[in-house]
Ligand binder design. Structure first.
Ligand SMILES: NC(=O)c1ccc[n+]([C@@H]2O[C@H](COP(=O)([O-])OP(=O)(O)OC[C@H]3O[C@@H](n4cnc5c(N)ncnc54)[C@H](OP(=O)(O)O)[C@@H]3O)[C@@H](O)[C@H]2O)c1
Length: 207
């Protein structure tokens, strides 16, 4: 069985734990980073890419096509959080968060649907991404993650042979941005949770 996986944002807090989790379970891991290659995973296949524009995402995908088109598993983990009070927000803030969360996820997933033997996609949201509620500090990020959730549900309908899931982590221990009373989860526990979703069905869509 093909156990090749591609993980975006793999040099970050949750990304590093995901790399460890999947390597330990016999996966061949293609891990994306932007500027910091973590040295603690020399056996991992690191792929450098900047996702700041649609063109740079497409360039990354084309340059690494021969590796990426072998992957049956995809984790769209990349999705930077931003924080700004409502009165200070500008339209650019919404552009930024929609680009780095929704557009990046859509562009990468579309590439995999087209070229890879895709079995399973996990999109990483945040604790409240499936709920409609008001936000004081993270409105554009929350809107963008909600849009990723809608995308996930829609792709699930459109491609029933592929398993699409979204996970909703609470604040990850060690994160730079956290509200005072936030529920937290360790990166390792979150990575295990994501691994179990993929492992539970052997990556096959059970529906
Ligand atoms: N942190 C939390 O408390 C929390 C809570 C709930 C959900 N989440 C979600 O969990 C996921 C992982 O979050 P995290 O906190 O683990 O992330 P993180 O530690 O901030 O990691 C950021 C990742 O993005 C990469 N990156 C930065 N700029 C980039 C660019 N221009 N183009 C491409 N890649 C770039 C970084 O690469 P380099 O380091 O190599 O530059 C790194 O791999 C995200 O989807 C986030 O929204 C996080």
């Amino acid at each position: 069985m093909n156990k090749n996986i591609f993980i975006t944002g793999a040099s970050g807090l949750l990304g590093k734990a995901l790399v460890t989790q999947f390597l330990q379970n016999g996966f061949t891991v293609y891990a994306h980073y932007s500027s910091n290659t973590p040295i603690q995973h020399p056996e991992c296949k690191w792929l450098q890419g900047d996702f700041s524009t649609i063109n740079s995402i497409r360039q990354f995908l084309e340059q690494n096509r021969s590796a990426l088109e072998t992957c049956s598993y995809l984790i769209n983990n990349y999705g930077p959080i931003t924080s700004k009070k409502i009165p200070e927000l500008t339209s650019e803030d919404f552009y930024f968060d929609y680009h780095h969360n929704l557009i990046t996820t859509f562009e990468i997933t579309s590439f995999f649907i087209r070229y890879a033997p895709l079995k399973s996609v996990i999109n990483v949201g945040f604790e409240f991404a499936s709920q409609l509620k008001a936000y004081k500090q993270i409105l554009p990020y929350a809107c963008a993650k909600n849009a990723v959730y809608t995308l996930t549900l829609s792709l699930k309908e459109a491609y029933p042979h592929i398993r699409f899931e979204m996970v909703f982590p609470s604040t990850i221990e060690g994160a730079a941005l956290a509200s005072k009373n936030a529920k937290t989860i360790s990166p390792i526990d979150m990575a295990k949770e994501i691994f179990n979703i993929i492992d539970a069905s052997g990556g096959q869509n059970p529906f």
